[in-house]
Write a protein that binds this ligand. Structure first.
Ligand SMILES: O=CC(=O)O
Length: 339
């Protein structure tokens, strides 16, 4: 026999015709949807409107639904610009399925009274694991020596050159947010000396703070970039930072490609002005400068540092939680901006 409460719930669900429900716009499928599927996101409080499934040109599609779209679910693949928001006057919430918010015009959201949520801390562990993994890989030449063995060079050419020890290294973390703090914890356990640069000194932490990223680089053997991409941080890791890091220095970037002056980084790597790099992010993804592909002291990864099925499950709960909170007028779970 069917549970009576459930039957009542279903009856009340049926009273909402989908066309009556407020709509959540998706311009492109965020990666979490492709991995987890749509089922966990379904609700009787809102309806997903998937732009890519419509035969209409985007502009027409958006104007047709302009009054009913109250929220946008986005990811880095589909920017939320002022022009887009201009077309959608009923939008009051932007939920991004990412930690980074550089694809959202935050100033326009603020001006238009639109709240924004992100992935909060759900990616912190995986992001930190990947960052430390890339650092160890570059220092100990793990994927490079894997290639050496697979190509039969161990037999033909002899022993592979030694890598460098992690313990005792001075590692400068650029951006001590959720991911940066998890990186610091892991590096503590590996016996590294952690130092950091951040917007502000964290009063409760004893790691040495450097307000100038060049000074941080000058005192570090490796730099790990995990800050947000903003107007202030774009190309912050430049020629001067690389020269301060020096010939033995290693850079790891799991933040955003454009935080680093990529041309300059490639030049420094090609000329041996820094020792190596572990890179999950690039300026023009998915394009990776061909020089990097040819360098054995560079480890490359396709912007996957923070993604695991487990982190996607947690993200799914958070996204649904934020949408449910918004539509039931309760506090958002991971606000970046709550207006
Ligand atoms: O890069 C991934 C994210 O910002 O979540």
């Amino acid at each position: 026999m069917e549970d009576q409460e459930e039957q009542q719930d279903r009856t009340s669900d049926q009273n909402h015709k989908p066309q009556d429900l407020p709509q959540v716009l998706l311009l492109k499928p965020p990666p979490v949807l492709s991995v987890i599927g749509e089922q966990p996101f379904l609700s009787n409080k809102y309806q997903f409107l998937k732009a890519w499934e419509s035969p209409l040109p985007l502009f027409q599609f958006l104007t047709a639904h302009a009054d009913s779209i109250q929220a946008i679910l986005c990811s880095g693949a589909a920017p939320v610009t002022d022009d887009l928001l201009q077309l959608l006057p009923s939008v009051r919430l932007v939920v991004t399925a990412s930690a980074g918010t550089n694809h959202i015009d935050l100033e326009a959201c603020h001006r238009r009274g639109i709240s924004v949520t992100n992935a909060g801390n759900v990616f912190s562990d995986d992001g930190a694991d990947a960052a430390v993994g890339l650092l160890i890989d570059v220092l100990r030449k793990i994927t490079a020596s894997d290639r050496y063995v697979r190509q039969g060079l161990w037999v033909n050419k002899g022993d592979y050159p030694l890598g460098s020890k992690l313990r005792g290294k001075r590692v400068g973390i650029v951006g001590l947010g959720g991911i940066g703090l998890e990186i610091a914890k892991r590096l503590d356990a590996f016996g590294c000396n952690v130092l950091y640069n951040s917007r502000k000194k964290k009063a409760h932490l004893s790691y040495p703070f450097y307000s100038d990223v060049r000074q941080l680089a000058a005192n570090s053997d490796a730099l790990i970039i995990c800050c947000a991409l903003t107007d202030q941080t774009r190309h912050m890791i430049d020629k001067d930072v690389f020269s301060a890091l020096g010939k033995e220095g290693v850079i790891v970037n799991i933040g955003r490609g454009a935080i680093v002056d990529e041309k300059e980084m490639v030049r420094c790597l090609v000329h041996g002005e820094i020792a190596g790099a572990g890179l999950d992010v690039f300026e023009k993804e998915p394009d990776v400068p061909k020089e990097l592909v040819e360098l054995d002291n560079v480890v490359l990864s396709p912007h996957r540092a923070v993604f695991t099925p487990e982190s996607f499950m947690a993200l799914c709960e958070l996204v649904v939680g934020n949408l449910e909170a918004f539509f039931s007028n309760t506090p958002l779970l991971s606000p970046v901006m709550d207006v």
